[in-house]
Write a protein that binds this ligand. Structure first.
Ligand code: AMP
Length: 223
């Protein structure tokens, strides 16, 4: 277990830019929880909980679930003891309203974000990453049909479960997610830049190369 580092980061960027992969690497260094709103919703959908049933159609079309719903979910998660010394938010905030709510929530506790990592990859590469992405429905491990293949095709190296494409990694939903990113999420770049929190990191290359760039920008992550 790494030594816990007190750091509050947002991993930001379009779908498929590598937020989940980098979150795993940062988490291993900082020892703070990785809070992925997409993962939380997929877990709820898998369990068939009322939340999961309520959001399934929206998520599968690639649209955003309502700000109020996701805000409640995130605040409940941030209030748990393991997020007390820091967190790594992945996929939240995604709208200006969500960013405002997060800022108010943290300010109410006398806290603020330490930084926003804006991962950047050219759009054709993003589409390629998303269409070839495969996930393990059991342990969450990530693969790609060409760039990050499991040892046995279609089988998770870590736990042996059958790999799948995410239900929102269809061409149609990918198009919708990118459209929504540009329309509703990208405006946050200017806001976090203005707040002096934004660090833009080149997301191309091997995951460890991208992680090195992130660590270089945040000394608290250095070992
Ligand atoms: P992700 O795993 O981050 O790509 O999220 C998958 C899907 O979950 C998104 O396309 C949305 O439908 C939903 N979702 C995740 N995070 C949020 C958020 N912050 N606001 C609204 N919807 C979200």
């Amino acid at each position: 277990m790494p030594l816990a580092t007190s750091i509050r980061l947002v991993l930001f960027g379009p779908p498929g830019v590598g937020k989940g992969t980098q979150a795993a690497g940062i988490r291993a260094r900082a020892g703070v929880p990785h809070i992925s709103t997409g993962e939380m919703l997929r877990e709820a959908m898998k369990n068939g909980s009322p939340l999961g049933q309520a959001v399934r159609a929206v998520v599968e079309r690639g649209e955003l679930v309502p700000d109020a719903l996701i805000g409640d979910l995130v605040e409940e998660r941030l209030s748990r003891p393991d997020a007390g010394s820091g967190f790594l938010l992945d996929g939240y905030p995604r709208t200006l309203a969500q960013a405002d709510r997060l800022e108010r929530y943290l300010a109410g506790k006398g806290l603020r974000l330490d930084g926003v990592v804006n991962l950047s990859v050219p759009e054709p590469e993003i589409i390629d990453r998303l269409t070839g992405r495969r996930v393990c429905p059991s342990c969450g491990a990530l693969y790609h049909v060409r760039y990050s293949r499991p040892k046995v095709e279609g089988v998770c190296d870590r736990c042996g479960a059958s790999l799948r494409a995410r239900s929102d990694d269809t061409r149609e939903a990918i198009g919708e997610r990118l459209r929504i990113y540009h329309e509703q999420t990208a405006p946050l770049v200017a806001r976090y830049q203005r707040d002096g929190l934004l660090v833009t990191v080149d997301g191309r290359g091997q995951p460890h190369e991208v992680l090195d760039r992130i660590v270089a920008a945040f000394p608290a992550l250095r070992r």
